[in-house]
Design a protein around this ligand. Structure first.
Ligand SMILES: *[C@@H]1O[C@H](CO)[C@@H](O)[C@H](O)[C@H]1NC(C)=O
Ligand SMILES: *[C@@H]1O[C@H](CO)[C@@H](O)[C@H](O)[C@H]1NC(C)=O
Ligand SMILES: *[C@@H]1O[C@H](CO)[C@@H](O)[C@H](O)[C@H]1NC(C)=O
Length: 592
């Protein structure tokens, strides 16, 4: 290489390093650098439980999602956009940190796999770095509006150790938890009805026992120590409180809304939730239009119970679920309109996705209450099948990335972390493994291929499957080591259960792994065999080597979602009022 060229190269590298500082100079010298580093606003929109096949722009011809379709038309559509987990808490932890949930302790070995109440101690550890924290350090104003589901407290009711404001967000409005059926009065409880009945049975038995003991003692019929009676009574009371905490009072204790650190609604008023989220998002954009901002809008839609307001109720062709999707699209439209109104469209990197695939088991009788995953097998809760992890991905940045473009390369929700860090001029933490990749060059069409070669598909703490993208040949393989046993067989879901389990009796282990050629068989119907695929053994060995390499990068961390960290701890229960009398409605009080 001629000396001059080497010099120019070095200069270019140096320029890109101090790009931010000498923005003006560098934009004159190099085309690629200056403009990309103009620190755009970042608007990230995430739907909850939305399936791959639920949007018009992803092939749905019967649901109306004009606003999201418009976004895709004005930007890039990612058709192989992969969530790091097929269930909320771990998938969102990975999204926020750019790391597989197993690295932060957000992958669980127990079946619940998510945070199941606000009065628990598990959550995103304080030493994890979210993209919000990186951008905050770069002078961005950062906001989260909507669902968090990454924990609340560690040791006391108001320590808020896992709270969004402790993870790099300057502003938070929304629920620290998630929507569950209990949030809507008169809905069937989501938590297992059987368990509820068992609880009730034991509570009654306890009451009868205590009554008998006291009666025996006072009438002198038989003699029991007062100590024993007192002990049994206190056990009964504790048991009853925990029943209350889990079922009776769930709506009051878990369905809550916070503004920053203050509880404003306990319980949440679902009828106002959609419009509040829109209003809060718009007002955040208006407040911060002068400076770069990061806004993460994390919808409660389209999670069960699919509460939908009058305006959209009964309007879609797909029941309550379809209504809910169409309402969510309307919300997206309102927020994008605010971006336009403030003249921020060209200077905003806008992203839309879902935390994981549609929830196939969510039904009310025969009515669909969960998403549709298109041609892909499986859904929410399943670690490896495509339907649980492949989600819609859309990016718009007018003038900076092409319009009306489809990218079929493998990308991950974890890529957002290094990508937005790069756009804000931040460097990612060097003291830990980051699994996401900066995809700006791919989005801009400067490179043809994604850097992702292997991706690991976990179900809780258990590795279920691995995908391998061989970019030279374009081949896309997937190996399943563990798959859930469908119920009924071949149903593609675990009907009758809450969702498919990750381990134990309810899964099948495969050795050699079930191997699919995803590029020709995206629905994972025809597993390859050594007879049908000459490369079979080579592929299996290659997968094994990748898994071994990946495992070497894992280090043990405290588990955030084990039994101890998910049980209810009364002293951690967020409470508006004097515990246990927790309720308030500060939004209405303020208006009054
Ligand atoms: C569109 O989405 C609905 C709701 O999830 C689903 O029932 C329907 O099958 C989908 N239609 C098409 C054509 O994909
Ligand atoms: C926004 O970007 C588009 C595409 O580059 C351009 O045509 C348009 O004029 C820009 N609008 C503004 C207000 O700068
Ligand atoms: C966070 O702290 C835990 C517990 O001390 C440790 O195991 C883990 O490696 C730390 N994580 C990072 C990213 O430093």
């Amino acid at each position: 290489m001629p000396r001059g060229l080497v010099m120019v190269r070095k200069l270019k590298i140096r320029i890109s390093r101090c790009c931010l500082a000498i923005l003006l100079v560098s934009s004159l010298l190099t085309q690629t650098c200056g403009a990309t580093m103009s620190r755009p606003n970042i608007l990230l929109i995430m739907a909850d439980d939305l399936g791959y096949g639920d949007l018009g722009c992803f092939g749905n011809s019967t649901l109306r999602t004009p606003n999201i379709d418009g976004l895709a038309k004005e930007g890039v559509k990612l058709t192989q956009h992969i969530a790091a987990a097929a269930i909320c808490t771990p998938s969102r932890a990975a999204f926020l940190t750019g790391r597989y949930p197993i690295r932060s302790g957000m992958a669980s070995r127990i079946e619940t796999r998510v945070i199941i109440r606000t009065g628990a101690s598990g959550g995103l550890p304080a030493n994890e770095t979210t993209f919000a924290k990186l951008l905050q350090q770069q002078g961005y104003t950062t906001g989260l509006i909507g669902k968090w589901h990454q924990g609340m407290n560690c040791e006391s009711r108001n320590d808020h150790c896992h709270h969004p404001l402790n993870h790099g967000f300057d502003y938070f409005y929304g629920t620290p938890f998630t929507l569950v059926n209990e949030c809507q009065p008169n809905k069937d409880p989501e938590m297992s009805v059987k368990l509820r009945a068992t609880y009730w049975f034991y509570t009654q038995m306890g009451a009868v026992l205590v009554f008998t003991l006291v009666l025996g003692r006072t009438t002198g019929l038989f003699c029991v120590e007062w100590k024993v009676t007192a002990f049994v009574t206190s056990c009964g009371v504790l048991f009853f409180i925990s029943w209350f905490a889990n079922y009776g009072f769930l709506r009051y204790w878990n369905c809550i809304v916070l503004r920053d650190h203050i509880i404003t609604e306990q319980p949440i008023k679902l009828e106002n939730a959609a419009s509040r989220i829109v209003k809060e998002s718009i007002s955040f954009i208006e407040r911060n239009k002068q400076e770069p901002f990061l806004l993460f809008v994390s919808f409660l839609h389209v999670h069960t119970p699919c509460f939908t307001t009058e305006m959209f109720h009964g309007k879609s062709r797909h029941g309550l679920y379809g209504d809910n999707v169409e309402e969510m699209d309307w919300m997206v439209g309102k927020i994008l309109a605010a971006v336009d109104k403030e003249g921020l469209r060209n200077n905003t990197f806008t992203y839309f996705t879902s935390d994981h695939g549609g929830f196939l088991e969510a039904r009310e009788g025969i009515d669909q209450l969960g998403g549709w995953n298109g041609i892909y097998k499986g859904g929410k809760g399943m670690g490896g099948w495509e339907g649980g992890i492949r989600v819609p991905g859309i990016v718009r940045w007018p003038g900076m990335i092409p319009t009306n473009t489809v990218i079929d390369e493998p990308t991950s929700l974890m890529d957002i972390f290094p990508t937005v860090a790069y756009l804000a001029g931040a460097s990612v933490p060097q003291d830990r493994v980051i699994d996401g990749r900066n995809q700006i060059a791919l989005l801009q069409g400067e490179v043809k291929h994604s850097e992702h070669e292997f991706m690991f598909h976990y179900c809780g703490l258990y590795l279920h499957a691995v995908r391998w993208y061989h970019k030279e040949s374009g081949a896309l393989w997937k190996a399943h080591y563990v798959t859930p046993k469908f119920h009924p067989e071949g149903a593609g879901a675990c009907y009758g259960k809450r969702m498919c389990p990750c381990s134990g009796e309810s899964v099948t282990h495969h050795n050699p792994p079930l191997l699919f050629d995803l590029s020709h068989d995206p629905s994972e119907i025809n597993p390859l065999s050594p007879g049908s695929e000459p490369l079979f053994n080579t592929l299996v060995n290659q997968f094994k080597r990748a898994v071994d390499e990946h495992r070497k990068t894992l280090t043990p961390v405290p588990e955030q979602l084990d039994v101890y960290n998910t049980i209810w701890k009364p002293w951690l229960q967020p409470c508006c009022g004097t515990f246990p009398f927790c309720w308030c409605d500060r939004e209405s009080d303020m208006k009054a």
